[in-house]
Design a protein around this ligand. Structure first.
Ligand SMILES: Nc1ncnc2c1ncn2[C@@H]1O[C@H](COP(=O)(O)OP(=O)(O)O)[C@@H](O)[C@H]1O
Ligand SMILES: [Mg+2]
Length: 228
């Protein structure tokens, strides 16, 4: 589903590669953590998957398609197969919870009928049915991230990509969000989470791809030896 073949990335302003010769394959239905300290290259990896950045060399294959020479006009279609969640939630402040989620469907031209059916369903999935009419600034951080999750999955993307989704949350709330990501994965969505939340990664027993200074130094399925 997501495959990196000899992928390197050097930013124009950087003097070293942010990612050096990365090789991995994340299969459909998998849950994988990208872990590493700050500056190790996690966000760069995420941006490469989202095609927000281009690799300097190597190939990135998404859903069986090499995205290297994808026409710019096709990028929005690629992105539609991916739900994305960030550390800072990125909700629209002047829209209610319901409208934030509905808007993601509106932009892909979903029918009003489909929107009316789908939005309450995902809000219920993330436990926010009661907050549909509330504005983001009236919500806790954890609730805002639930809205962001609902918005990310409302169009049924094949994969969910999260960059430090629990970075702004207290430990208990972080666990709630990781639990939801796990639920979403169990419903069939491929999930990739960049994080340095060591305790959570240790306990979840998922695949861990560890990056250090742009190099993948470990890739372990379904378990973790504790070191980050
Ligand atoms: N837009 C950019 N331009 C230049 N250098 C960048 C840019 N984004 C990230 N970097 C550099 O690439 C390296 C990896 O950064 P990043 O992928 O953000 O790591 P992480 O998400 O693990 O903290 C760092 O050295 C960072 O300074
Ligand atoms: Mg980052």
């Amino acid at each position: 589903m997501i495959e990196f073949r000899n992928v390197s990335k050097k930013y124009e302003t950087g003097d070293t590669e942010a990612i050096h010769n990365a090789n991995f394959k994340i299969n459909k239905g998998e849950f994988a953590f990208l872990v590493g300290s700050s500056g190790s290259g996690k966000s760069t990896m995420i941006k490469l998957i989202l095609k927000e950045e281009e690799p300097t060399s190597g190939k990135i294959i998404i859903n069986g398609k090499d995205t290297t020479f994808l026409k710019p006009s096709r990028v929005p279609y690629l992105r539609r197969s991916m739900g994305v969640v960030f550390q800072d939630f990125r909700l629209l402040p002047d829209k209610t919870v319901y409208e934030n989620v509905a808007f993601a469907m509106y932009v892909v031209k979903a029918t009003p009928k489909h929107i009316r059916r789908q939005v309450p369903m995902v809000l219920s999935l993330v436990g926010l049915s009661e907050k549909a009419k509330v504005y983001p600034n009236e919500l806790s951080g954890g609730e805002q991230q639930r809205v962001a999750l609902a918005r990310a999955i409302v169009n049924n993307p094949a994969m969910l990509i999260a960059d430090e989704p629990t970075g702004n949350l207290d430990p208990n709330t972080a666990w709630d969000i990781m639990g939801l990501l796990n639920d979403i994965n169990l419903r069939g969505t491929t999930v990739v989470v960049a994080t340095h939340a060591k305790d959570i990664v240790d306990k979840m027993k998922k695949r861990v791809i560890r990056i250090d200074q742009g190099n993948i130094i470990r890739d372990e399925k379904g378990g973790y030896d504790g070191e980050i």
